[in-house]
Every structure is written in structure tokens, then in C-alpha cells.
Design a protein around this ligand. Structure first.
Ligand code: ZN
Length: 595
């Protein structure tokens, strides 16, 4: 057979000798020869088929043009290389490769396009390369070898089959040949070296480049147990799988399939199960204006890429001065921070604070810093429970408080009538420099204050120094749709008598009477603790103001003006506050019980 193979064999013999001496100086300086294909590439360099670039690089990923392919094949076959005008109008003697192109065309190795042109600068596809090699090396043997992407009817079927049968190529690991892919210098070197050497083992097993070297994107797997396959389709073998959230590098696209790698696995997955990797979210905010412009960059000079509506929730990804890179509702871009606000935390309960100077802390424990204080009667929103601690907020103050100092906020609309005893011409008890009508008015007005935030309406039977009749007090309560009645008094008796007591009226135990009894109990319980006074208990008594009404009604005595110790306390704002808080919180307790 053939002059070409003979000349090739001759060349091999000669070059093997040359190689031994010139190896280092010929190619050692090239900096980017991949280890994987070093033997094939160096083999071609030694034989002066292919060369490095002047900057001492090989550029293994560069494409190979038709004139370069013609040149390298021409060199390998020792074809004539006299620059000349060729039969191709686009290859004149100005072309450095015109000699090899003319010779190769004459040998029938290469041909032009239907219009007679050659397209010397066009890139060579793998199918074209297989054709060139099959012709150049007179490959004739065929076999049943097949590639999944090389149809029997394709014009390149036979040359590719010949190249594969000669074990010059084994294709890609997924069983494809990728005939339409441009051939790279390193791939070309692999094929040429094998074609020339004829001994596959001596030039390495791998015929194809590392497919993970090129990264065209990064994605995240969106489903668990995603099959990774050998090829771009469900009929290919499964080589592994990915978990939900796995981040992968994308190396190639093939229809709706992607060749990806991650977590030590590489292969094809369907693009439907890949999503962009979410940017880290550093905060969540809501938009506070309608038609907020979303821009490409951090400033008003940047293009508008979308708009947000009022109350749109957005994720904040980056801070850039006053601007924020945000995303939400499918729009991503920059907005001015002035139009973003914190997202209100969900409210899981509404509570009433039952203690004064209640420390609000940064975390759920007494070791955390105090960030502020709440006062008795303050309504707070509960956002989170952590053991005995509650994350609460009221106004701009937010933090943790112990649940022991919270009580439920009554959810039903309630109205309590507060009745400061006596008034006007009736001073009530007078002792130790105290006048009952003044003390109880002061305390009653404070009760109203402490109830203001609780959602409970307050009706005062008097809020100044005048005397409503007992029936008049009940009428005021009824007229204002009060659903309970609390009359506030201070006691007088022997100077030794002391403490607090609360009266209800019950003839039998009707619903109203039972509620009165409970209301008295709740108030008295808190009262004796807050006043640090003797607990004289709750008592059944037929005082007109609590007897002559259809409302649950109580009369509470907040201490004895006639007792030195009780009186001393009732002279102070501190204990008047304590009395008022106790009555107010007792009323809250009662309404929570009624719910
Ligand atoms: Zn009284």
C-alpha cells in the first residue's frame, strides 16, 4: 500500500532518532501543555508537525483552522510545500499554507466547498478532522463501532467509523463523538499522534480533553436524588446523583441537558432541575412606597430594570452606600434604602405587662443586656417564645421579658366603671391628715391610666371633687354600657385595724354574684401583695352601690386611714401607684378569666 504510509514510516524512523536528542530544546519551554496529553503533543512537536507560539505557549484549547490542518497533515505526509496559486480562488500564493493545500487537494485528502472555495480560516470540526485523517492515512477498515450522535446516514459516518476502528479515537465517555464540535489543538494532537504512531498504547489511553476544564456557569440542584447520567438523555446509564441544594459547575450545554460536576460526580443532568445559585440574603425588608424604581446599579443614573409596589417583601443581598441590591417578585436590582423598612415580625399573642420597670433584654435570660423597660399596663406584641422568655415589642422597644410579668390582653371589648367613693360634700373618712375622697380619686384616676393600654374601656363615675348619688353612680355605669363596676374606698375604724379587703354582694350565687365574687378575688389578691398590707380577704356585704346594680360589682378598701402604717403608705405616690396597678391588673385578670 500507498506511498503515504511508506513515507510516514520513513518519517517515524528518522524522527525517533531526532527526538532523543532534541526533546528538551524543542518543547521544554512551552508552559501550558496539559499533562494528560503531554506525550501526544510533545510527539507532534518533536516531529515538527505542530509548534508552540512565540510566547512559549501551546494554547491547547485554541481551535484549528482548515489551513492549519492542511499544513500539519502535509508535514506529517511530507507533501510538497511550494507556495502557489491553487485551484481555490480564496487560497493564493500569499497564503503560507497554499503549498500544502494544493498538495493535499491533489492527493485527494482535502477538498473545497461546492462553490469552489476553500475557506482557509474556517475552524475544523471533529467530523471534518476525522475525514481528513481517514483520507490522509488511507484508513479502510470499518467495524460495527458506533457513536450515539453519529447517524449511519450522516456524510461523516464512514470516516468517523474508520478513525474509531483504527483506535485513533474512542469518543467521549458518554458514547458520543460530537461531530459538529470544533476540534482543539490538543484534540487534534491526540488524533494525529495516534494516526501517525499507530500504537495507541504508546501515546496514552485518553483521547478526549477533561470536560470539566471549561466552566460556563454555576447552578444549584433543585431536587433530591437527581440522576446524573453518562449522556444527554434518560436512556443513558446513571453515574451518580445529586442532593437538593448541591451546587454544581456547568461545563457544556446539550439541548436541555447540562454536563455538570460537583461533589466528585460529573455527568449530564436535565436543566429543569438546575436553578441559579441564590445570592446570600443579609436582610429582609419591605418596600414602603408604590412604583419604586429598581435599577441596574447603585444610583439614579442607572437604568431601571423594574418596579416594586408598596409592601413588596424583598431580600437584601448587598449594601452599597445608601443603595441596596435586593430581589423580590422576580425582579433584582438596586433600590434606595430610604424606601425600605424592617418587616414587621408576626405577632403570636398580645399581652399586658404586669410589673413596673420590667427589664427588656437582648436575649432570653437575665445575663443579657437590658435594652429598655416596660411599665405596668403596657400592651406588648409577642413575637417568639423561648422557654419562659418572650420576644416582645411595644413601639420601638423590642426585646425579651420573662413570661411571669405578662398577662393576656383581653380580646373582647370590655368596659369597666371605676367609682371613686364619696366626693364633694362627702369627704368619707378623715384621719392621719388624709381625706378618703381625695385619696380614692387620686388612685382611681391612676387605675384609668393603667388600663388605658389594655383595650379595656374605662368609665369614671366622677373624675373630680363632686358627689354623685349612689344611684347616679350606677346610672353612669349603665348608660355607658359598663359590664363591671369597681368602687374604690379607704377604710376607717380602730387605729389597730389595718389591711385591705374587697366586698361583693351575693344573696344566693347568681351569675352576676359569682362574677362579682371573682372580680373581688382578683383585685384583692393583687392589692394585698402590692400594698404589702394585711389581707382581710373578700367579703359578702350589701352596700347599696354594689347591691343595686345588675353589673358584677365590687367595693375595694385600699387600707385604713386610721391606721398609722396604712396611712403612711397611702400618703405616698408609690403606694397609691401600687394600689392603682393592683386594681387595674385585677380587672385585667377578671376579664381574662371571663374569656
Ligand atoms: Zn368609703
Amino acid at each position: 500500500m500507498m506511498r503515504k504510509v511508506c513515507s510516514l514510516l520513513f518519517a517515524l524512523i528518522v524522527m525517533t532518532v531526532v527526538t532523543i536528542q532534541s526533546t528538551d530544546k524543542v518543547y521544554a519551554a512551552l508552559t501550558d501543555i496539559p499533562d494528560k496529553y503531554a506525550s501526544e503533543i510533545n510527539y507532534l512537536i518533536e516531529q515538527e508537525i505542530i509548534f508552540g507560539y512565540p510566547d512559549d505557549t501551546f494554547k491547547p484549547k485554541n481551535a484549528v483552522t482548515r489551513q492549519e490542518a492542511a499544513t500539519m497533515i502535509g508535514r506529517s505526509l511530507n507533501l510538497e510545500n511550494n507556495r502557489q496559486n491553487t485551484k481555490f480562488p480564496d487560497v493564493t500564493e500569499e497564503h503560507y499554507a497554499s503549498g500544502y493545500i494544493a498538495s493535499a487537494a491533489e492527493e485527494g485528502i482535502i477538498s473545497g466547498y461546492a462553490d469552489g472555495t476553500f475557506h482557509p480560516n474556517e475552524k475544523v470540526t471533529r467530523a471534518q478532522m476525522a475525514t481528513l485523517i481517514a483520507r490522509a492515512f488511507d484508513l479502510e477498515e470499518t467495524s460495527s463501532h458506533s457513536f450515539t450522535d453519529v447517524a449511519n446516514s450522516a456524510w461523516y459516518y464512514t470516516p468517523i467509523n474508520k478513525v474509531a476502528t483504527a483506535k485513533i479515537t474512542v469518543g467521549y465517555p458518554d458514547g458520543t463523538f460530537k461531530p459538529g464540535k470544533d476540534i482543539t489543538r490538543e484534540e487534534f494532537s491526540v488524533l494525529m499522534a495516534r494516526a501517525m504512531d499507530g500504537n495507541v498504547d504508546s501515546v496514552g489511553q485518553e483521547s478526549e480533553p477533561d470536560r470539566t476544564e471549561t466552566v460556563i456557569g454555576e447552578k444549584m440542584v433543585t431536587t433530591d436524588g437527581l440522576n446524573v447520567r453518562k449522556g444527554p438523555g434518560t436512556s443513558y446509564d446513571i453515574v451518580g446523583n445529586f442532593s437538593d441544594g448541591q451546587e454544581v459547575k456547568v461545563h457544556e450545554e446539550d439541548g436541555s441537558w447540562r454536563y455538570v460536576s460537583g461533589n466528585g460526580v460529573e455527568g449530564y443532568v436535565h436543566s429543569a432541575y438546575l436553578a441559579d445559585i441564590p445570592k446570600p440574603v443579609i436582610a429582609e425588608k419591605i418596600v414602603t412606597t408604590d412604583n419604586l424604581n429598581v435599577r441596574k446599579g447603585p444610583g439614579v443614573s442607572y437604568d431601571i430594570v423594574g418596579k416594586y409596589s408598596d409592601n413588596q417583601k424583598v431580600d437584601v443581598h448587598e449594601v452599597d452606600g445608601d443603595w441596596r441590591l435586593v430581589s423580590g417578585n422576580g425582579v433584582e436590582g438596586y433600590v434606595h434604602s430610604a424606601y425600605l423598612a424592617d418587616i414587621p415580625k408576626p405577632v403570636i399573642a398580645e399581652k399586658i405587662v404586669t410589673a413596673d420597670s420590667l427589664n427588656v433584654r437582648k436575649g432570653p435570660g437575665t445575663s443579657y443586656d437590658v435594652v429598655g423597660q416596660f411599665t405596668t399596663g403596657q400592651a406588648v406584641d409577642v413575637h417568639k417564645e423561648e422557654g419562659s422568655w418572650r420576644l416582645v415589642s411595644s413601639g420601638s422597644l423590642e426585646g425579651y421579658v420573662h413570661e411571669a410579668y405578662l398577662t393576656d390582653k383581653p380580646s373582647v371589648n370590655r368596659t369597666v366603671a371605676i367609682d371613686p367613693g364619696h366626693g364633694g360634700s362627702d369627704p368619707g373618712a378623715v384621719a392621719n391628715g388624709l381625706v378618703e375622697k381625695e385619696v380614692v380619686l387620686d388612685v382611681s384616676l391612676k387605675v384609668r391610666e393603667y388600663l388605658r393600654d389594655t383595650g379595656i374601656n374605662v368609665v369614671m363615675t366622677r373624675s373630680s371633687d363632686w358627689y354623685p348619688t349612689l344611684d347616679g353612680r350606677v346610672n353612669i355605669a349603665n348608660r355607658n354600657n359598663a359590664d363591671s363596676f369597681v368602687s374604690v374606698h379607704a377604710n376607717a375604724f380602730l387605729s389597730s385595724a389595718n389591711g385591705v379587703e374587697t366586698f361583693y354582694y351575693a344573696k344566693g350565687m347568681t351569675d352576676r354574684e359569682y362574677k362579682s365574687y371573682k372580680l373581688a378575688g382578683y383585685i384583692n389578691e393583687r392589692l394585698h401583695r402590692s400594698m404589702e398590707m394585711t389581707d382581710r380577704g373578700v367579703k359578702n356585704a350589701g352596700y347599696r352601690v354594689i347591691k343595686a346594680t345588675n353589673l358584677p360589682a365590687v367595693l375595694t378598701e385600699i387600707g385604713f386611714l386610721t391606721n398609722d402604717e396604712d396611712a403612711a403608705k397611702l400618703k405616698t405616690q408609690k403606694y397609691r401607684d401600687e394600689a392603682a396597678k393592683a386594681i387595674a391588673m385585677g380587672i385585667v385578670d377578671y376579664y381574662n378569666w371571663r374569656e
